[in-house]
Write a new protein. Structure first.
Length: 180
C-alpha cells in the first residue's frame, strides 16, 4: 500500500470514528438531528413524529435514554397526550403541548389517542358542522379521548360527554390527520 493510500485509509477510519462518537453523543443528549420528510422510528417502524398518551399516572422524564440519566421531572397526568419525536432502544423521546419533554420508557406510553383542549370554551357538537347542536363546552386543559377526525373536526369524549370539536382547538392530533 502506498503512502497516499495509507493516509486515505487512516482518514476513513478517523472519519468513521468521529461519526460513530457523534451519533452516540446525540443519542445520549436526545438530539435526533435534522429529519427531512416523514421519518420512521428505528425501533418500532412507526412514523415520527406521532402522538401517544401517558399510560401511567406518573412517569419519570429523563435527560437521556437510560436509567442512568438524570430525571428532569415527572409527568403526573394519566392519559395526557404526548408526541414521540425519537426512539432509542426501549426509550422514546417525547414532548408535551408546552414543548417540554425528555426520554420516557416505552412501557409508560400507550397507543390510545387523547388530546388536550387548548381553546377556551371549546364546543362539542352533535355533528361535525358549525351549526350543529351543542352537547357540552370544554375548558382549556381538559383531556379527551380522540375518535374519528376529518380535515377540520374531531370526535371526542370527555367527562361522560361526546361530540365533535374543531381540530384547531386541540393539541394531540396533526393538522392533516384523518382518522376513521
Amino acid at each position: 500500500m502506498g503512502a497516499s493510500a495509507h493516509w486515505f485509509r487512516v482518514f476513513q477510519i478517523a472519519a468513521f470514528a468521529i461519526i460513530v462518537s457523534m451519533s452516540a453523543a446525540c443519542a445520549q443528549e436526545g438530539d435526533t438531528g435534522p429529519v427531512i420528510g416523514p421519518a420512521i422510528g428505528p425501533e418500532t417502524n412507526l412514523p415520527l413524529p406521532r402522538y401517544v398518551s401517558l399510560r401511567a399516572s406518573e412517569a419519570n422524564v429523563r435527560r437521556g435514554p437510560s436509567l442512568s440519566h438524570r430525571i428532569d421531572w415527572v409527568f403526573q397526568r394519566q392519559e395526557m397526550p404526548l408526541q414521540v419525536v425519537a426512539e432509542y432502544g426501549h426509550w422514546r423521546r417525547v414532548i408535551d403541548r408546552d414543548g417540554q419533554g425528555g426520554w420516557v420508557h416505552y412501557r409508560m406510553l400507550s397507543g390510545a389517542r387523547t388530546v388536550v383542549i387548548e381553546a377556551p370554551d371549546t364546543v362539542l357538537r352533535t355533528r361535525p358542522e358549525p351549526n350543529a347542536l351543542e352537547n357540552a363546552v370544554l375548558e382549556p386543559g381538559v383531556v379527551a379521548r380522540l375518535g374519528d377526525c376529518n380535515p377540520e373536526w374531531c370526535q371526542l369524549s370527555a367527562g361522560g360527554y361526546s361530540g365533535w370539536a374543531l381540530k384547531s382547538a386541540l393539541w394531540g392530533v396533526a393538522e392533516a390527520e384523518i382518522r376513521e
